[in-house]
Write a protein that binds this ligand. Structure first.
Ligand SMILES: *Cc1c(COP(=O)(O)O)cnc(C)c1O
Length: 374
């Protein structure tokens, strides 16, 4: 195989999303050293851009070297010590992953479980915290990519600010697609990924720690179990000392820098509107064709990730394969209890365009017509 001969696909799955030519070009710029003043200037600009995107003034804001799951692990491993209590909302794959990671770090995990495809009741989360006011953290997934559900955060954020419990939010699929306001909501640690609504290849996990979260890490009694993800060590590189910790993924940082420029040029508000409008159009067009939404209620459906049952509950696999093989379009299948039952269609970043919707609907109509004729 030769990578030069790979067939491009239209990436309309749950990530990675399409990467613009502009970002691919930025990535192909000469690799510099991680201590080169030119690169450090780029990295500083990236961290400043991420603060804007997260809606935060947190000093400790940077891209973790690793995918979204590395961001998740960085959040938990820095905050949790063995024996700590962690309250985790679970109603999909990524909440399940948060709970599993917390357990591996020796935490006592209290899960608040809900039906897949529905948001968790904020009152139930607050009530659970009242039963466990000594919990170290409460973690929620904002945009649950396995189900297409948006989780409300405001009430829990306001409640936790009055307590000693830190609020951890997974914004992997939210960042740059739907509003996420870290400081206004009262989020202590928020992490994301680059390959969803930012349209950068996978490999970086933007993350931000509030001053009280940083204080918590400083006052731990046992060292952070992960040397690689320890933010007190990484701070030595990000700060004025510029002490080597690990080699930054230089060319990926270029890509993120370019994506942040794209966001600034488009303006964040306009970008959110684009995601909202394009997602709504796809959802309406699929309903006309007999696809049934998996996520609900309507106001909890994410525009950037549409989860649907196929018409007449037909098998989803063959049609999904035909989309890829015959039309070059990738969509995702279901996970967990929804495996084999749904499609997950991502309209993220550069994929959130009318042209994506048109191409996908054209291909679906074509395949369904061929089937009827057969
Ligand atoms: C994609 C995703 C992750 C994991 O990110 P990876 O880049 O696959 O490691 C975590 N949480 C959510 C909500 C996601 O959508």
């Amino acid at each position: 195989m030769d990578v030069a001969s790979l067939t491009p696909r239209l990436l309309l799955g749950p990530g990675p999303s399409p990467v613009s030519d502009r970002i691919l070009r930025a990535m192909s710029r000469p690799t510099l050293g991680h201590l080169d003043p030119q690169f450090l200037a780029i990295l500083d600009e990236v961290n400043e851009g991420l603060r804007e995107l997260f809606g935060t003034r947190n000093r400790t804001t940077f891209p973790v070297s690793g995918t979204g799951s590395a961001g998740m692990e960085a959040a938990l491993v820095n905050l949790l010590e063995p024996g700590d209590k962690a309250i985790v909302g679970v109603k999909g794959v990524f909440g399940t992953r948060l709970a599993e990671m917390s357990r591996r770090m020796g935490a006592e995990v209290i899960t608040v479980e809900g039906e897949w495809g529905r948001p968790l009741d904020p009152d139930l989360l607050v009530a659970t915290h009242r039963e466990h006011p000594d919990a170290r953290l409460l973690a929620l997934v904002h945009a649950e990519t396995s189900t297409g559900v948006r989780q409300p955060l405001d009430r829990v954020g306001a409640h936790l600010q009055e307590s000693g419990t830190l609020f951890v939010v997974d914004a992997v699929t939210s960042l740059a697609g739907i509003p996420i306001e870290v400081d206004a909501v009262g989020i202590d640690v928020c992490y994301a990924g680059t390959q969803k609504c930012l349209g950068v290849p996978p490999g970086l996990a933007p993350i931000t720690f509030s001053p009280r979260a940083v204080e918590r890490v400083r006052s731990r009694t046992v060292p952070v179990a992960s040397w690689y993800l320890d933010i007190t060590l990484i701070a030595g590189y990000l700060g004025s000392e510029r002490r080597y910790h690990h080699t930054a993924p230089i060319n990926l940082v270029y890509a993120l820098h370019e994506a942040l420029r794209e966001v600034r040029e488009e303006r964040l508000e306009a970008r959110f509107r684009r995601h909202a409008e394009i997602g709504a159009r796809l959802q309406a067009a699929l309903a006309e064709r007999g696809f049934r939404p998996y996520a609900g209620p309507e106001n909890a459906r994410l525009p950037q990730l549409t989860a649907v049952h196929l018409p007449h509950d037909r098998a989803e696999g063959p049609l999904r394969s035909a989309l890829l093989e015959e039309h070059g379009i990738e969509v995702g299948g279901g996970l967990g209890p929804a495996q084999g039952k749904i499609w997950r269609i991502g309209l993220m970043g550069d994929g959130a365009r009318q042209s994506s919707v048109d191409r996908l609907l054209g291909a679906i109509d074509n395949l369904l017509r061929e089937e009827e004729a057969a």
